[in-house]
Structures are given as structure tokens and as C-alpha cells.
Ligand binder design. Sequence first.
Ligand code: GLC
Length: 568
Amino acid sequence: MTQNLADTSRPAAAPIAANAGATRDWWRDAVIYQVYPRSFADANGDGMGDLPGVRSRLPYLRDLGVDAVWLSPFYASPQADAGYDVADYRAVDPMFGSLLDADALIRDAHQLGLRIIVDLVPNHSSDQHEWFQRALRDGPASPLRDRYHFRPGKGENGELPPNDWESIFGGPAWTRSTDPDGTPGDWYLHLFAPEQPDFNWENAAVADEFRSILRFWLDMGVDGFRIDVAHGLVKAQGLPDIGGSDQLKLLGNDVMPFFDQDGVHEIYRSWRRILDEYPGQRIGVAEAWTPTVQRTANYVRPDELHQAFNFQYLGTHWDAAALREVIDVSLDSMRPVDAPTTWVLSNHDVTRHATRFGNPPGGTQIRTAGDRELGLRRARAATLLMLALPGSAYLYQGEELGLPDVTDLPDEVRQDPSFFRQAGQDGFRDGCRVPIPWSGTEAPYGFGPTAGGPSWLPQPAEWAGLSVEAQTGDPTSTLELYRSALAVRRATPALGAGSEVTWLDGPEGTLTFRRDSAEGSFVCTVNTTGEKVLVGAPGRVLLCSTGSVEVNAGEAVLEADSTVWWAV
Ligand code: GLC
């Protein structure tokens, strides 16, 4: 199934550092834009986004002002979990294009000065992966079974799962296999859907295979990897029971026998050695859900990965005190390991922040539209706050358009596997995955080539007014706010540099901090209250989330739910 590039004599895409002569650590303050390929741009009109579609929109991303693009998986996959179930790690699914399209995408991106980060899914494969299929086919004695976690069941006839672990998507984390003779056989472990069997990382062939996969994509010229479920690869010895149900509630709070085990770090140390062999600063980014930011910092020690997502920040509500605390804790915990802090508000697994902030505080999975206007106002302010913090920021496609989550998708169009397993934590993730509106007045709004053509999830009618085309040139639009913010950030690197913020006094419900660097100083003021607040104007207004700010005789009126950047 593995595809080959037609012309193997071609050199890999040149790394950007070689093109641009960059020498500093580009990733320390990079703005990285997440593309969810199936929902970004559909070049062939089948209703599903694809790599040629992404490629055609690279100039848009360059003009937006981001530094790098992270692509969610586009590998050969039966799509049981939207591509996070990989059947062949070295092939592009025909639905998304071919390896030649991936190669062309990487080359074009580099030409435009954009880096490419691909998603790597090492915790589990698809149940259609050749190893798993052979392990099933060859029966209980197959040595390939040791590459996964096969175990006999408990109970008189092995009819009960080997332990009490629950799947993140709901239901037991074990499924019973059928032996070649048709009788019920051993069980296999899947922390996610049954179509996603977990690898056994104690098996040397698994570790070797992933080192080879890393090299395959590094040789293709990618600039880094986002590592899916980076905290899950190693399981506690003996796969001990947790002792109790409702385990999902413990995730992220307690140390679980299948998450954040110390053994994972040896894997990342070996990967770091590979990344460092390549020119141009190739990076690894951990998706690691751990109980504390301090434990997350372990993933980015100097000889491990470069960045880890800051999910504690993503989960913080629009509240000045809570934000200040999470910012301090985040910066404090990364300083000892000399890794940049990262900031993120949205991704393909959580309700978009424009919708979260329009609802009462309630976690990252929200099912109601809430107050749209309030949500958008806060989302714009939250983005300016994020982009003024030291470190690297992640944007999720469509947030620059102020897109809300689509909370009223009919059940019959939903595809999130955990929706069908009901008890799972994330069953409503389709709402943030609705295809992007680019232009025009008729769905799919330029997502596909033909007006009236298909899109794999339906887009709301009001999205015509939110398209890239509709927002371009409108100074009040969210798109133009993002463009301005990223342009200011690029022109004044001090905004993202370093690892310090200096908090200044301000009225209750507001945040004021100063950022100093050799190139200049900035102040960022944030009003998280629903009222106007009067503060002393700290300097000259650079940008404001509400468009303008009233300054009179040294005093500034901060609008409700707004952020202002000041040059001082
Ligand atoms: C990660 C991905 C999510 C996926 C899961 C299983 O959390 O972000 O989309 O469902 O891993 O691979």
C-alpha cells in the first residue's frame, strides 16, 4: 500500500532555514496554524478537503501572517476517527491526494516561507493496518500480536475484558477478537475506538518502525511533528485495574495506568536525537494531557520534544484572575526546562472558543450556541491576549473568521466516533470541524470548486457573511483583526519573545502586563468584565480588539470584554 514518489531522484524539499538563512530558534515564538485537511479546501469537488486544496490556499496563510502550518492526519486511513486511525503511515489517503501532492505542498510552503508540521499517531494504528490484520489472521500464536496488547479475557470462558479500563470514547477499552476458526479469541486494547488498537511500545519492532516513519517524513522535508496522544504510549506494567468506573472524570486530574507513565520519555529522547540530525530545526510538539503543567514540562526537557500544548490555558474561562494564574503557572513551569510556553484557544477536539466564551463556564465541550455576540467579542479579546504572551501560539482554522461551533448539526450527519459510543467525552466534535467558508453566497462557499456542490458536513446559511471574501477589506472583521495582529507581532518580535510578563496594577476584572525587550516595550490591557473600565493610558495604541479605544487626557476607556495593545 505504501506509495512511492514517481521521481525518486529528486532531492527532498529544502528546509526553510537554508532558504531564509534563519538561525534563531524559529519555534520559540512561532504562530502555528492548524489545518484540518478534510475541512479546509476541497480541490476536486468531492465534498472532502484535500492536499491540493490546502496547497492552493497557502498564499492565504502566508498573507495571514503565520509561521507554520500543522496538518492533521492525511494518511491512508479508513477514517473511523477522521484519520487518527492510520492504516499506512507512509501513504496519503487517496481521499486527500497522493504523496506527490504532499511533496508539492511542502515545497510550495517552503517557497512561501511557511513551515510544515505533520501529525504523527504513535499510540495506536487503524485496525486495518497490515500488522493488526496479520495478527488477527495468523491467530493467537502470531508474533505480530505482541506489537499490540492482546490478552485472554477473564471469566470462565474468557468472556470478560482483561481489566477495567474504559475507552476515552466511551465503553470498555477492550474488544474481543475472533480467532481464524471463527471462535471468540483474545481481547485487544484500544484506548479510543475499537478501530484504533493500541501499539505495545515494549516491542522493539514498534519503536523501530516509528523511528523509520519519522525519517521518512523528515526526508520529505517536513519541519516537525505534532505527536498525537504523546502521553499514552507506555502502559503501567501488568495493565493494573483502576478500580472504579466513570474513569473519564479522572482524566487530566489523576495519574492513570495508561497515561503519562514515566517510560514515555525515553521514546522522546530517542526521537529528539533523530530530529537533531536534520538541518533547519525540526521540532516535536506533544499532545500530552497530564494532571499538571509541571508534568507537561517533562515532555519538553532539553533532550526531549520542543513544545507541548497548553491545555490548561485552553480550558480556562474568560476571567481575569483565572487567566492570570494560568499564565503565571504556565510560564513558571516551562522556565526550568527552558522550553517556550505555548498558548492555544481552539482545536479540532474542542468547542470553538467563540462559542465557549458565549456560554457560562463549563469546560471545553459545549453543546449550546450561547450568546453569539458576547462569545465573539470575548474571542477577539482572548486572541489579542494570547498573541501578546511570550512563547508560541496555535491557531485553529476558521478562528480567524470568528467562526462559532455549529451546535445544531443533525445527528444523521455527525461522524465523531464517540458520538455513537454515547458515554464518550467528546461526542460533539463535529461542530468545530464544519468546512471553511471562503467565498460566494451559496454553500459550500468556495470550500469546493462548484456552487451548490457537496461538503462532508453542512455549513450554516449565515456563514456566507463570514467567508474570507466577505471579511477581506472590512476593518471591523475578525479576519482583518487577525491579519493586523499577526502583522504587528511580526514587525515587533518582542511581543512573542522571552518568557517573562510583568504584571501591573489595574482595576478588578482587568489584566495589565508589560513586556520588555531590547527592541521596545509593550503593555497589554485586558478587560474581562462586561462593563467599560477607566484606566490610565499607558502609551500609544497599537491595536484594539474592539476596533478603537477612547483616550482622553491620559485616560483610556476599556470597552467591555476587550484587549488593547500599547507601545510604551
Ligand atoms: C487525539 C486527537 C483526536 C483523536 C484522538 C485519538 O486526541 O486530537 O482527534 O480522536 O487523539 O487519536
